[in-house]
Design a binder for this molecule. Structure first.
Ligand SMILES: *Cc1c(COP(=O)(O)O)cnc(C)c1O
Length: 257
């Protein structure tokens, strides 16, 4: 947990004696508690330790004030899917780590490498190479510490639908090898996957877990499994998710606010 003084952030969060800010704080606290309870229950059902599952609140399309309030509530990392939003939120709440979870465009890799501590959606050699280069430059410029490489999750696609991103097990094996052997500024953190809407999510999450198990054995290290969102986090936890990316169930729908 980050023990920085929460009073430092009231400027970007708004003041808790302001009724609207205070109401939003309570709403976010309730959302976090509700989702944490779901995680605990799903972990117990799967006979897993709930402490092995990290909740990553997804703040995309929500204002920076929400990020500041989440930080006050003890959240240390959030997920974002647009790099411009990620950069402005990182600047406003520098204590919070940003995980990039959206599809990565080549031209945004430098900004991602400068701004984020993790990327969940890497699916090509070109992106790996550009992120490595971008992170090296960020370290050189003193914007990121050399001892903290960018964490890279390789996105597995169950059905190869380009709309959701991700790639095949064969390509993921090759990318993992590149990450392990050639990328001093990146860490191979694990696998991310989103099940196609037409497939039984349990089947898809299980397939990703199988690939993850194989890679963990190959490299003799524990890898993370970024799987599960508001609707399917229980299913993902049942299949071994170690990090769930949850937006709506904590923050509500941005369009309704
Ligand atoms: C938006 C998003 C999430 C969160 O989705 P919710 O259904 O709001 O929980 C998780 N992962 C990715 C990649 C996303 O784009």
């Amino acid at each position: 947990m980050d023990d920085a003084e929460t009073t430092n952030h009231t400027a970007s969060a708004g003041h808790l004696d302001d009724p609207a800010t205070s109401a939003r704080y309570d709403e976010l606290a309730a959302g976090l508690a509700k989702v944490q309870a779901r995680i605990t229950e799903a972990a117990e059902l799967a006979q897993r330790n709930p402490a092995g599952i990290t909740l990553l609140p997804v703040t995309k399309y929500h204002p920076v004030t929400d990020v500041a309030l989440l930080h006050q509530l003890g959240v240390t990392a959030v997920g974002e899917s647009r790099i411009n939003d990620a950069a402005s939120k990182a600047a406003a709440v520098p204590e919070i780590a940003i995980h990039f979870i959206g599809q990565v465009q080549s031209k945004k890799t430098a900004a991602i490498a400068r701004t984020c501590q993790a990327v969940h959606s890497v699916d090509s050699l070109r992106l790996v190479q550009r992120l490595e280069h971008g992170r090296a430059l960020a370290v050189e410029a003193g914007l990121q510490p050399a001892e903290r490489p960018l964490q890279v999750y390789l996105q597995y696609s169950y059905d190869n639908d380009p709309a959701r991103g991700g790639t095949t097990p064969e390509r993921i094996r090759a990318l993992a090898s590149t990450l392990m052997e050639e990328c001093a500024h990146l860490t191979f953190a694990g696998i991310m996957m989103m099940p196609p809407p037409t497939v039984n999510p349990k089947t898809a999450f299980a397939k990703g877990a199988e690939l993850l198990g194989e890679l963990s054995a190959t490299y003799g290290r524990t890898l993370g499994y970024s799987a599960g969102m508001s609707q399917d986090l229980e299913v993902a936890i049942g299949q071994g998710a170690t990090i769930v990316r949850v937006g709506t169930a904590i923050l509500g729908s941005p369009t309704l606010r």
